[in-house]
Design a binder for this molecule. Structure first.
Ligand SMILES: [Cu+2]
Length: 165
């Protein structure tokens, strides 16, 4: 039998909201490596936060949102964030449901991107669009891979704590 992503999240969310509050402030961690995010996809609930943790390199954590003068690959109503991170970490809250495509400005050509899936999502939303042709080739490849990962509902690199609860 195959759980659809949507029904799984609905089931998980209804039972896990109270518990999630006891697990700490960050529901997921994404590391910034030399020119990539790891993992590239995490699933969290509405109102939860992701810890972006610097490991090496000089990066930004930039939402694919038109308010950042970049293409839209996030909910239109999401608050656009665009943060430099060269050390330490950033606690980024996600208050809007849906898929949030994120990239690094210095490593756009290298295809440095990730996605935070917040709660439920719609197959038609911007965060799951076919990668735009104006993007660098490596970025299109990363985004296509992220789309597949989201639709499959499993973190490709299998890191603990990055799956759907
Ligand atoms: Cu970077």
């Amino acid at each position: 039998m195959r759980f659809t992503r949507r029904s799984f999240i609905a089931a998980a969310t209804s039972g896990m909201v109270a518990l999630a509050g006891c697990l700490g402030d960050d529901e997921a961690t994404i590391s910034l490596l030399a020119s990539s995010f790891d993992p590239r996809v995490v699933w969290i609930g509405v109102g939860e936060t992701v810890l972006f943790e610097h490991e090496s390199g000089a990066h930004t954590v930039t939402l694919f949102h038109e308010d950042n003068d970049v293409i839209q690959r996030s909910p239109v109503t999401a608050t656009a964030f665009d943060e430099e991170i060269n050390s330490g970490s950033i606690d980024q809250p996600f208050d809007t449901e849906g898929i949030h495509g994120i990239f690094c400005r210095p490593h756009e050509q290298a295809g440095m991107a990730c996605a935070v899936v917040v709660g439920d999502y719609d197959d038609e939303e911007p965060g799951l669009a076919t990668p735009q042709e104006e993007l660098p080739g490596a970025m299109q490849d990363t985004l296509a891979s992220i789309n597949r990962e989201i639709l499959e509902g499993e973190p490709a690199n299998g890191g603990g704590g990055t799956g759907p609860y």
